[in-house]
Write a protein that binds this ligand. Structure first.
Ligand code: ZN
Length: 353
């Protein structure tokens, strides 16, 4: 008897392009959202994008509220929840880099409200996915939230973001290669749920990005276009899979562990990129695809070594040997690497000297 069922949750409108920031009110109208929006933003994006969007709402006769958060913490999520209640907001709009959007996503989940994503940096795939996580003391508070109702990604705004945020977004996409390798391995060894569509879309997204790496250059608005489309596609792969597996394997565990050991040392995408070089080596050995991953990262100016991440060798080794403990997600790291093995992979791949 056939008893499978699945829910695939996707954003209803995805608007990407030059000047589309001014389409937010139209998108809200198209979604038939009523009442008052609460714009969730952080200090820099507030001036660049949130205030202009708020002005558009006012011009349309809608009175928006704004809350500015400083950090990606659980306290910020609570601040937003309180603001939404105090301002009688009926939906949220995250305007900013990954931080403001993650917070808006998590708050909207707690409030059982819809939210829109208006990214001002193409820095990671959280701008479209349904996954949200923030550090919460010694652990991470993660939720499988809803994906945004809509994403409005203005390439004119995104191109103005610091260049390293765009290269971090690229590196996050390139890491899809190893995420899918880990997922296939977990399917073979642990029978975890696997989606051929989710895996294929995720790998294809990374391939298209690598093929278009020549168009990813500082000062080119097309870079924002290429990277944002890839982040959307990666987010759709996660929605199809109903899991972050298509875009998150051992390289993400490594990055989450670095976040604990050396908070704010480097950007998420840059950390997963370096992690991906090493886990590709673990999957394929000397002749595997680790060199292709390293070269792809290098070609878009993303870090490929511990030093370029601003980390010392010992921190990298500690993250590599302990990150399998973070969550119950089977990867190439299995039950953990011993220190000599970790040192060998990090040295052979040139991540440490
Ligand atoms: Zn990521």
């Amino acid at each position: 008897m056939f008893e499978k069922s699945t829910w695939i949750r996707l954003p209803r409108n995805v608007v990407v392009g030059h000047g589309v920031r001014s389409s937010v009110v139209e998108v809200v109208d198209e979604l038939h959202l009523q009442g008052r929006p609460l714009l969730v933003t952080s200090p820099t994006p507030r001036a660049v994008a949130a205030e202009p969007v708020a002005a558009d709402f006012e011009a349309a006769g809608i009175d928006p509220a704004i809350v500015t958060i400083e950090s990606a913490t659980f306290e910020s999520v609570e601040t937003v929840i309180e603001a939404a209640e105090a301002e009688a907001a009926s939906y949220l709009i995250g305007v900013g880099g990954g931080k403001a959007i993650d917070i808006a996503k998590m708050a909207s989940h707690h409030l059982d409200m819809g939210f829109l994503s208006v990214p001002t940096a193409a820095s990671h795939d959280g701008i479209v996915s349904n996954r949200g996580s923030v550090p919460d003391g010694d652990t991470r508070h993660s939720v499988a939230a809803e994906p945004p109702l809509a994403v409005v990604a203005d390439t004119e705004v995104l191109a103005e973001a610091p260049w390293e945020l765009t290269t971090a977004g690229c590196a996050d996409i390139i890491s899809n290669y190893t995420a899918v390798m880990d997922w296939r391995l977990a399917k073979r060894l642990k029978n975890v749920e696997f989606s051929e569509y989710g895996a294929a879309l995720s790998e294809m997204t990374a391939e298209i990005l690598v093929d278009n790496a020549d168009h990813v250059r500082p000062g080119l608005e097309e870079s924002a276009w290429v990277v944002t489309k890839a982040l959307m596609s990666s987010g759709v792969a996660m929605s199809i899979a109903g899991s972050s597996r298509p875009a998150s394997g051992a390289e993400h565990l490594f990055s989450h562990q670095l976040d604990r050991l050396a908070p704010e040392a480097a950007l998420h995408g840059h950390q997963v990129g370096v992690g991906s070089i090493m886990t590709a080596y673990l999957h394929g050995g000397e002749h595997g695809i680790w060199r292709d991953i390293r070269d792809a990262l290098d070609s878009i100016d993303a870090p490929t070594t511990a030093a370029e991440l601003g980390l010392d060798d010992e921190t990298v080794l500690e993250a590599l040997t302990t990150c399998h403990e973070i969550r119950d997600r089977y990867t190439i790291l299995g039950n953990g690497m011993d220190e000599r093995a970790a040192r060998e992979v990090a040295t052979k791949t040139g991540v440490i000297d």
